[in-house]
Structure formats: structure tokens, C-alpha cells
Design a protein around this ligand. Structure first.
Ligand code: ADE
Ligand code: ZN
Length: 319
């Protein structure tokens, strides 16, 4: 068994973050400012995914001023750099804004020197499909948008009705990356694969309830972008010790760890790696493999992927 790795060393391991919602990265101090715009108090109490999505939606509704999206991008990048993140694919839910917030976010991201960002159109599954089409239209022709996602409360909102939206998005060159198997069962993952042709699944932890599905995810190399702290905060796993990360890893699935909504859950990616290290008993090479999984699960430009692979190999060798 390898030695215990210090946090400062983990922070210098190059990583990609593949499951993080821009509007969920908002720092607590920035959130206070946004919520101060509401005439009514905004509830911050939640104990499950459906409750969280309501709180999240109320805060989202306050992010209405020009500059808000650029600021969230800048602040995320500052925090991400400290965690060793060199590439991120971020969910963003635009639309119903009096200013072009997607372009604002893209422009802010393009000014970052040390971190490359791409965006995923995050469609709320509890809204009519027309909302999804409007969000897709808003991202038309923006090269920094690489994927389409499906988020929000899962129970009672299966993936299948979103088939035409995902078909259209894929025909425009976007990658399919829906949430599934977070608080709905393995059938939602099956739906995401079959109906939405998912190329990466956000969460997907409930795959452990279906051994055949586990084997298929492994065989087809469909990556899962898992978020351990988020899963505990939203009651998806009863505790970190009970988290199914180990079963997914042992099944040979390409798992990465991610923060989901770090502004809400008080987590960062170095902490998620440390949690994974504990759950998976990782030595130095194991941490490297976890970081490599994040690179291989991404849709980063090939040149950047190669650079990240090299940096990870260097980190493994360094002591
Ligand atoms: N939107 C923001 N965070 C989410 C999560 N964990 N699941 C589904 N939708 C989300
Ligand atoms: Zn998410």
C-alpha cells in the first residue's frame, strides 16, 4: 500500500473537472450579494435533490445583472486553479436573462490563461422540452459549447421525453451528457444511454443496483462523473463510507470525481480526491489514474489532453 499523500501534493496533480454547474459554484459571499436583490427571503433549506433544486432555482433567479456570469467564471477559475484544475466542462443554464449571459461567460473564460473551459447547456428536466430547445438555440454556433446536459429532480422526470431535443443537439455536434442515476434508479441510466445516446453520465451511481448495466458501462467505456460530497449532502448516499464509488471503480468503469455545486456544498476538488483516496485506498499511482480518468472522460482538445497526460505522469514520478 502506498504512503498517505499530503493535500498540498494533491493540489498540484493536474485534473479536469467534468461535472460542475457554473451557477452552483457561486461563492457564499457572492451568493449573499445576489440573494440581497430579492425582496423576499430565499429558502436555503434542503435535504434531498428535489428540495435542493428548488433552492438552487431561487438563487439562479437572482443572477440577473450583466457581469454576474463573468464574475462567477472568474471566481470559479481562481478556486479551480488552487485545486490543480487545468480544464473544466461547466454546466450553464442560460435563458430568461435580460443580457447574453452565455457569451459573457464564454468571454470571461477565454481571458483565463491557465485554465481551459468549455460549456454544457444544462436543460432542467422538470421544464417543458420547449425550454430546452430555446436554450439549445441560444448556444447555436458557439464553439465553446461542447455538450447538452439534463439536470434537475429526477424522480418522475425520466430522460426519454427529451429524445428529440438530444437528437437535435447531437446533429449540431454537441455531446450528450445527461444526469441520470442520481436519485432515480438504474432505469434512468438505461434511458439516458438508449434514448439520449449518452456519452458520459453525470452521477450514475445507482448503476450499482444493476450488475448488467455496470458491466455494460465498463465494456462500452461510458464514463461516470461522480460527486461524492454532493451525493451525501443530497441524501443520495447515506454517508461517505456508504458511497458506491468503490463498486464503480472495481467494476472497471472510468469514474472521475467532481464537485457538482461547490458553492452550496462547501467542497473543493482536492477534497473530493482525498475522499476518493480514502474510499479506494489509492496510492500515488492510483491518484494519477483517477486524474487520468478525468482527462479521458473529457472532450478537451487532443493537444491539451496530451499535455495533461504528461503532467499527470510527471506528478506520479515526483515524490
Ligand atoms: N443542478 C445542479 N445540481 C444538480 C444536481 N446535483 N442534480 C441535478 N441537477 C442539478
Ligand atoms: Zn450536477
Amino acid at each position: 500500500m502506498g504512503q498517505v499523500i499530503l493535500q498540498s501534493d494533491l493540489a498540484s496533480l493536474t485534473k479536469a473537472e467534468l461535472h460542475v454547474h457554473l451557477e452552483g459554484t457561486v461563492r457564499p459571499s457572492t451568493m449573499e450579494e445576489f440573494l440581497g436583490r430579492s425582496a423576499l427571503p430565499v429558502s436555503r433549506v434542503y435535504s434531498n435533490l428535489a428540495g435542493f433544486v428548488e433552492v438552487y432555482g431561487s438563487a439562479w433567479a437572482m443572477m440577473t445583472k450583466p457581469g454576474d456570469y463573468a464574475r462567477m467564471v472568474r471566481e470559479y477559475c481562481e478556486d479551480a486553479m488552487r485545486a490543480g484544475i487545468r480544464y473544466a466542462e461547466m454546466h450553464i443554464t442560460t435563458g430568461a436573462r435580460p443580457f447574453p449571459c452565455l457569451m459573457e461567460a464564454v468571454e470571461a473564460a477565454s481571458k483565463e490563461r491557465d485554465i481551459v473551459m468549455r460549456f454544457i447547456v444544462d436543460v432542467p428536466r422538470t421544464f417543458p422540452i420547449e425550454v430546452g430547445f430555446a436554450l439549445l438555440e441560444g448556444a447555436n454556433g458557439v464553439p465553446d459549447v461542447v455538450g447538452i446536459g439534463l439536470g434537475g429532480a429526477e424522480r418522475g422526470y425520466p430522460p426519454e421525453p427529451f429524445t428529440p431535443l438530444f437528437d437535435e443537439a447531437r446533429s449540431r455536434g454537441l455531446r450528450s451528457m445527461p444526469h441520470a442515476g442520481e436519485d432515480a434508479g438504474p432505469e434512468s441510466i438505461r434511458g439516458a444511454l438508449d434514448a439520449l445516446k449518452a456519452e458520459r453520465i453525470m452521477h450514475g451511481v445507482r448503476a450499482v443496483d444493476d450488475p448488467q448495466l455496470l458491466a455494460e458501462l465498463s465494456e462500452r467505456k461510458i464514463p461516470l462523473a461522480v460527486c461524492p460530497t454532493s451525493n451525501v449532502m443530497l441524501g443520495v448516499a447515506t454517508s461517505l463510507e456508504e458511497h458506491p464509488l468503490r463498486e464503480l471503480w472495481d467494476a472497471g468503469i472510468t469514474v472521475s470525481v467532481n464537485t457538482d455545486d461547490p458553492g452550496y456544498f462547501g467542497c473543493d476538488l482536492v477534497g473530493e480526491y482525498a475522499i476518493a483516496g480514502r474510499l479506494l485506498n489509492l496510492d500515488r499511482e492510483g491518484y494519477g489514474r483517477l486524474a487520468l480518468n478525468s482527462v479521458e472522460s473529457s472532450f478537451a482538445p487532443e493537444g491539451l489532453k496530451n499535455k495533461m497526460r504528461g503532467d499527470i505522469a510527471d506528478w506520479i514520478r515526483r515524490q
